[in-house]
Design a protein around this ligand. Structure first.
Ligand code: WTA
Length: 648
């Protein structure tokens, strides 16, 4: 971790919001923003307490808005509520009852529309199914599913019972599934026969079968029929979703849970090997996702809103399901890849459904740029009124392309900074307030008090690079790492007393705009997905031929960061066949998202005299830099020269 970070990015263009956008915006004009932000800073409990009273549906009102200080904070104690009621039932007594909640498009082109009433029926039915399978309030349920409506239904069904869902992205391997099942002690797994991705089937049930050999806590499996391919069904363990739903009642009383009742666990990578089970609780998370959806996306009833993330990641949890549904919005959900059957698919979907708000990731934007302007130009994108970005810093050039080619220089862009741990967007432009600067996530939302500090926790001045921290608690923050509260305290609050710090470096410019410079720990950000270098190293070292491995990121045109592995063998020389074998091994251990971009065999990796791998040097070498940084602590200079020769 380094304190003062040198920043090289210079960007001076600014884009003030258009007057007609400002006029209609949910937060309108700088004066309103300043007032809200100051009020929230001075009295966080009062600010959030009022919002919680107004915007959440309570079965029992809370006594106290905020208790304790970070890291041991509790929000809305004494209150009782249910998340599925807040997402679905509350709309049934309004005109939104028959409004589309989810418009789903499958990769092969099949479609389904679920109104709020439809969603209510299916959520209740599936909650009854789970109950029948033995799921009780407080149990954990793993969801390992494609992007189909049943995933959102299963999430809300868990929430209806007060069961905690743990969603595992469909790109993870069987081993990753069993690790997570075991850590969460999951009782039931919900999956599908498979999902569609670029015309090919992702065999999810097969992976579940393999994982269950090593997941002793799992008792039952529910399988959605999606692709129709052959799968093996184990009697008294595996059941078809449609069979169970046939007899399930469409009424299911919601279980009223405490504000701090666990809503879900989501595993994410940290700088050490084992994935962390980030735990979010009910009331604070709901409030954070609801308010930020309204503020940042300026969500209105008339909008057709599309977040392209997979629900397997936090962005999908917060901004496909919990945030938009609480707002009574209409959300698009798309199953497949952006380039299937061709590179026009996203733009075709926008034209078809007249999408007005579009939220995607820089890695996707860089791919669109590479595929060429003629793809978006073929379609009518005039329904768009707002664009969003999340997952990594967006390069100013990608920002400008998004602004011109997709937004026709008309749509505000919200570059939203947040994390799995923060639950909801923290730093972002407000589209009716903020003059944007390409590459900056701009300013904190009301209720969020960030700072840039050095390693002692002292505030730094304008344009001094440092660590991005939070000085005040906020309702949607993680409460613990599942089963390991000590690690939670150490990871996020151990380095800087009283401050939340989760790994990013940043600077604030002279206008108070925040520029995130990326991770300062050993976390890679590959195509917007977090992976720890240690996880990939452990996977490599578990191969019988590997003695040692050091993994670093390097700049990658599309993925942002690519994965470069330096591998030392126990004996013999490396070759292409072994590279392929190691690649397959990493994919089996973690999943396709961790596929190495480059494997280099090395006689040794550079270490300090105290035996620490010098990743900085490896990063320079992986990036092809001629000059590497400071080598004074290097133990063996010859290693460097040899490493350079490993280039492919
Ligand atoms: C990075 C995704 C710059 C950052 C919601 C953070 C960003 C990590 C941005 C969290 C952004 C996310 N600008 N960096 N707008 N959004 N990041 O947990 O490094 O998958 O710490 O949550 O992504 O990734 P996670």
């Amino acid at each position: 971790m380094s304190g003062n970070i040198h920043s090289v990015l210079q960007e001076t263009r600014t884009f003030p919001p258009a007057a007609d956008f400002v006029r209609q915006a949910n937060i309108s004009g700088d004066e309103q923003y300043q007032k809200l932000w100051q009020r929230a800073k001075d009295d966080p409990a009062g600010f959030w307490g009022e919002l919680a009273k107004e915007h959440l549906v309570w079965s029992k009102p809370f006594d106290k808005a905020l208790e304790g200080t970070m890291p041991e904070t509790k929000w809305f104690t004494g209150g009782k509520l249910n998340a599925s009621v807040n997402c679905v039932d509350k709309h049934l007594t309004t005109w939104r009852k028959n409004k589309a909640a989810i418009i789903w498009e499958g990769e092969p082109g099949d479609t389904r529309v679920l109104t709020y009433q439809d969603l209510h029926r299916e959520v209740c039915q599936f909650a009854n199914v789970l109950k029948k399978l033995g799921v009780k309030t407080g149990d954990r349920v793993t969801l390992y599913m494609p992007m189909i409506p049943e995933l959102a239904i299963a999430m809300l069904a868990c929430a209806r019972l007060g069961a905690t869902h743990s969603i595992i992205f469909g790109g993870f391997s069987a081993d990753a599934v069993s690790d997570r099942n075991n850590d969460a002690k999951a009782k039931v797994v919900v999956t599908a026969d498979g999902g569609w991705r670029r015309g090919k089937e992702v065999p999810l049930k097969k992976a579940v079968d393999d994982s269950l050999a090593k997941s002793p806590t799992v008792e039952k499996v529910v399988v959605v029929r999606r692709t129709g391919s052959d799968v093996s069904m184990v009697p008294d363990r595996d059941y078809w979703w449609h069979d169970l739903m046939k007899d399930a009642s469409s009424e299911c009383d919601p279980v009223e849970v405490d504000s701090e009742h666990p809503l879900y666990i989501l595993y994410t990578s940290g700088s050490t090997g084992k994935p962390k089970g980030v735990l979010h609780t009910t009331a604070g998370y709901l409030l954070g996702t609801q308010m930020t959806s309204k503020w940042v996306f300026d969500l209105k009833d008339e909008d057709t809103y599309w977040c392209t993330a997979d629900i397997g990641w936090v962005t999908g949890h917060s901004y496909i399901v919990y945030g938009p549904l609480q707002n009574g919005a209409t959300a698009i959900m798309y199953e497949g890849a952006p380039n299937w059957p061709d590179e026009g698919r996203f733009w075709e979907i926008i034209e078809k459904y007249k999408v007005s708000i579009f939220y995607t990731a820089p890695t996707a934007i860089r791919a669109f740029i590479k595929w060429g302007d003629h793809w978006p130009n073929k379609f009518d994108l005039s329904s768009l009124r707002l664009l969003g970005s999340v997952g990594e810093p967006i390069n100013p050039e990608a920002w400008m392309w998004y602004h011109k080619v997709i937004g026709a220089e008309r749509c505000p862009i919200v570059d939203t900074w947040w994390q799995t741990e923060t639950g909801a967007i923290m730093i972002s432009p407000l589209p009716g307030v903020t003059a944007t600067k390409p590459g900056s996530c701009t300013k904190p939302l009301p209720g969020i008090v960030p700072d840039i500090v050095n390693e002692k926790g002292e505030s730094l001045g304008p344009n001094q690079g440092g660590l991005l921290v939070m000085r005040q608690p906020w309702p949607s923050m993680l409460r613990t790492l599942y089963g390991d509260h000590a690690r939670f305290k150490e990871t996020y609050f151990g380095k800087l007393q009283g401050l939340y710090f989760a790994g990013d470096g940043a600077r604030k410019d002279e206008d108070g705009y925040i520029w995130v410079m990326g991770r300062v720990d050993d976390v890679l950000n590959v195509a917007g997905h977090r992976l720890s270098t240690m996880e990939v190293e452990s996977a490599l070292v578990s191969h019988p031929k590997v003695a040692e491995a050091a993994v670093v990121g390097f700049p990658h045109d599309i993925k942002g960061e690519g994965i470069c592995c330096f591998v030392t063998l126990k004996q013999g020389e490396g070759n292409d066949a072994l590279k392929a074998e190691l690649t397959a091994h990493v994919r089996k251990q973690i999943g396709a998202l961790a596929t190495p971009d480059s494997i280099r065999f090395a006689a040794a990796v550079p270490k300090t005299r105290s035996g620490k791998i010098m990743r900085r040097l490896l990063r320079d070498i992986a990036a092809g830099k001629e000059q590497v940084g400071d080598t004074t602590t290097l133990e063996d200079y010859a290693v460097l020269a040899k490493l350079r020769d490993t280039e492919e």
